[in-house]
Ligand binder design. Sequence first.
Ligand SMILES: [Zn+2]
Length: 441
Amino acid sequence: MLKAYQPTWMRINNEFVQNYTLVIGDDTGRIVAVGPTETVMAQYPGIVTEKWPNMALVPGTVNTHSHSFQHLLRGLGVDQPFLVWREQALYRVTPHLHTQALYLGAKLAFSEMVLQGITTVVDFFYLHDHGIDNDLAIIQAAQEVGIRLVLARTFYDWEGAPESYRETPEEAVARTETLAARYRNNPMVSIHPAPHSVHGASDAMIEAAVTLARDLNTPYHMHIAEERFEIEEQRAKNGLSPVEHLAQLEALDSSLIAVHLTWATAQDAALLGQASANLAYCPSSNMFLADGVTPLRMLRTAGVEVALGSDGGCSNNRASVYEEMRMAALVQKVDSLDATVLTHQDVWKMGTEQGARMLRLDAGTLEENRLADFVGIDLTHLSLLPWSQETLLANIVYSMSPAAVQNVVVAGRVIVKGGELQTQDTAALFQNIQQLREQWM
Ligand SMILES: [Zn+2]
């Protein structure tokens, strides 16, 4: 069935326009038509129409890096250096994280995300516990909440990590292949290989993941040069930076979605740019963990495409791409002492169309045949006032409160309406999550 949306304003071709109508197909979950209301309604007379008065209809945001289970650890390990944080938050609680807990954590993370206008999320997931049951629980949570999921199934074999993270390359490949085959034709779920990092995955593991991504024709995700210790460890091993080491493994290409790159050098930027690699930039997390400031200007100038990620709920501790747009712009400005280094238009594109492009999803802009993933923003919300056609985008990026997000539609399905989650009982979720925390104490 077709359905038309008529908001007061719509974000089309890099500007806000009025008197536009968006038509979606319920069955395909895609945009069927978008254009001036008179033209569109003449083409589709009498179709069901929903008016969104005093609202701006914009593409949904794309969260290119997160770890859903870390929402359960929110508040733990705060104000600590990375390695202490990893010990106190991640490794200490990991033994408690069985399938049901992971499922609830994902429900919490994804629910919070859609309420803040995220329509696609990458869950970089590594708590496999020797199988795929946990992966399936994450996928189920995403489907029940209604968010579009990229499961970046992590390849992890470093012996210092909790046992439930670890697999052999053969196991990781076989299990990822099984999931990929199962969801091949599901537009709501994509499976991508994700070698954890040069410190979390052996060369054999990295090579297995990259080879599998090439076989499956998907991107692959990897934490790279997040923390100084990784640079020092790699240099001590073979005198190379993590990026140079990956170049030697022939792991750099346009399918790479590198996460963080906080400590990237000029040589690293050149290698990544030549490979047309991508970056999932997580500014809040980098600040929270005192990792450093990613040299974004250098990477972008070298040709690296950039999108945004919230990272985990215990290293941010928020879960909003609008928040990351603001943080990216602010930290890059203060780091470079240049207010023009990253504009609100730049970060908007990173949080929408560039994220979708690197995940190879037809999302991020409102165009015919693209996925029907969009958000309705309340233009009367005080945090946006005053605005004009020219300043509205800047206000969404720099001043908007999450409470201004009123409606969220993913694949044509209404997930949030009037600021309320339609797919989940949030009161029950509250009970379950708090009970789970009490069990650990
Ligand atoms: Zn991460």
